[in-house]
Design a protein around this ligand. Structure first.
Ligand SMILES: *Cc1c(COP(=O)(O)O)cnc(C)c1O
Length: 402
């Protein structure tokens, strides 16, 4: 094999932009890191971020919080989910999603996905009916969008409130409308591996004044909720301010200062991700052992990672493929493993969720591979990585024919 081993890191993100470092330094010099610690006439960085994110997203309201997981948990609680309630979600997602449902004492009801890695709308309707759930926490896992018009129609037919988990769809849209603006609320993460990086952080958007008022108090606003750049008027707080608990999950000014310049540049980052994603996808699409999820015309995605299926692969075949890629320096994640590895886990590893039979999802996950595409990779890196994956896939074909 004459292809050089790939030696760069799949977890190395770009540095924080200088402008953001300067903004963060100004906050530190001021000493006013808490979002409600403002000088007379000053708008806090957290408040300004909320205003700017709401405007960019096209939402009436935005609340900055401590993490994407906290955004989901707060919005579930604010939407009236109570202990023992059932909440629908995709079976293919990351642990903070069932974790948010369990965090409010509710029971996750897992819905099958299809080969395009999006929620199966027939199974959604069937499970909504059977479970009596009134809320769907829709995880747009790895940035794959279902037909959002059909999904919203099914949800309306079943009387479901939809909350969107947009951890992988910040900047994505369906038929020209931003992901996160279809349901009751959208939840975003600014954890290091998402589309903006503040280490940890979350953003919650909605057009619903009462929901954002509850969420704001839940996030720990004390009675200082007037200092929110994209919050509702004081009247929205009248009924909720004394009967909503404070869960202290605020975002601080330091993180907000890191995020505001990144938001200004996000369109450039999205274009750079898609250039890398589409470069790798074009190679993989040419191999007969590999199947790429279909990306509908109405979907404008953000290719910060890529997923592909190797249908019909046995467990030992999958392990061999992972090991071959790893020896070539290509770090793939596999959702078919029995035990969780790092960030990657499947529903059987969430033992706080009642065991559920998901044959279709299990079959898909057994042949599903996932790879990060950090912006520190060049297009030449993408060429080299793709070559290695194709070689490893070809080696599989030979094995199967023997
Ligand atoms: C990262 C992630 C979240 C939330 O992440 P936090 O680490 O809590 O900010 C939610 N959903 C998915 C699918 C994710 O990958």
């Amino acid at each position: 094999m004459d292809r050089p081993r790939f030696t760069r890191s799949f977890t190395q993100q770009l540095p924080i932009p200088e402008e953001a470092i300067e903004a963060a330094t100004r906050v530190m010099r001021s000493g006013r890191l808490h979002r409600y610690n403002v000088a007379p006439g000053e708008e806090s960085e957290a408040s300004a971020l909320e205003r700017e994110f709401a405007a960019w997203q096209g939402s009436r309201h935005c609340l900055a919080v401590a993490s994407g997981g906290q955004a989901m948990q707060i919005v579930l609680r604010a939407a009236g989910v109570r202990p023992g309630d059932r909440v629908l979600t995709n079976a293919f997602t990351l642990a903070p999603v069932p974790g948010a449902i369990a965090g409010v004492g509710a029971e996750p009801v897992l819905v099958e996905i299809n080969e395009d890695l999006v929620i199966d709308l027939d199974d959604l309707a069937a499970k909504a009916r059977a479970s009596g759930a009134r809320v769907l926490l829709l995880s747009l896992m790895r940035g794959h969008l279902p037909d959002m018009d059909r999904l919203m129609a099914v949800a309306a037919g079943m009387g479901l409130k939809v909350i969107e988990d947009c951890a992988h769809t910040m900047g994505a849209s369906w038929a020209g409308r931003r992901s996160g603006s279809f349901g009751l609320a959208g939840c975003f993460s600014t954890q290091t591996y998402k589309h903006m990086n503040s280490g940890e952080g979350g953003l919650l958007v909605t057009d619903d004044a009462e929901l954002i008022a509850r969420a704001t108090i839940l996030s720990g606003s004390y009675m200082l909720y007037a200092g929110h750049g994209a919050g509702p008027g004081a009247e929205a707080f009248e009924d909720v301010r004394l009967d909503t608990p404070n869960l202290s999950a605020r975002m601080d000014n330091l993180r907000a200062a890191l995020l505001r310049p990144q938001l200004r540049d996000i369109d450039g980052a999205v274009a750079a991700w898609n250039e890398r994603h589409d470069r790798v996808a074009a190679y993989l699409a040419g191999h007969n052992a590999i199947r790429l999820p279909r990306r509908p015309r109405d979907e404008a995605y953000v290719g910060s990672s890529i997923q592909f299926l190797v249908p019909g692969l046995s467990e030992s075949g999958a392990r061999g493929f992972l090991a071959d890629c790893s020896a070539r320096g290509v770090e793939l994640k596999w959702f078919g493993a029995a035990e969780p590895v790092g960030f990657t886990s499947a529903h059987r590893s969430w033992r706080y969720v009642a065991p559920q039979s998901l044959p279709r999802t299990d079959r898909i996950l057994s042949g599903l591979f996932d790879m990060r595409l950090p912006l520190t990779f060049t297009l030449e890196d993408c060429d080299l990585i793709s070559g290695h994956i194709l070689d490893a896939a070809t080696a599989l074909d030979l094995g199967a024919a023997a």
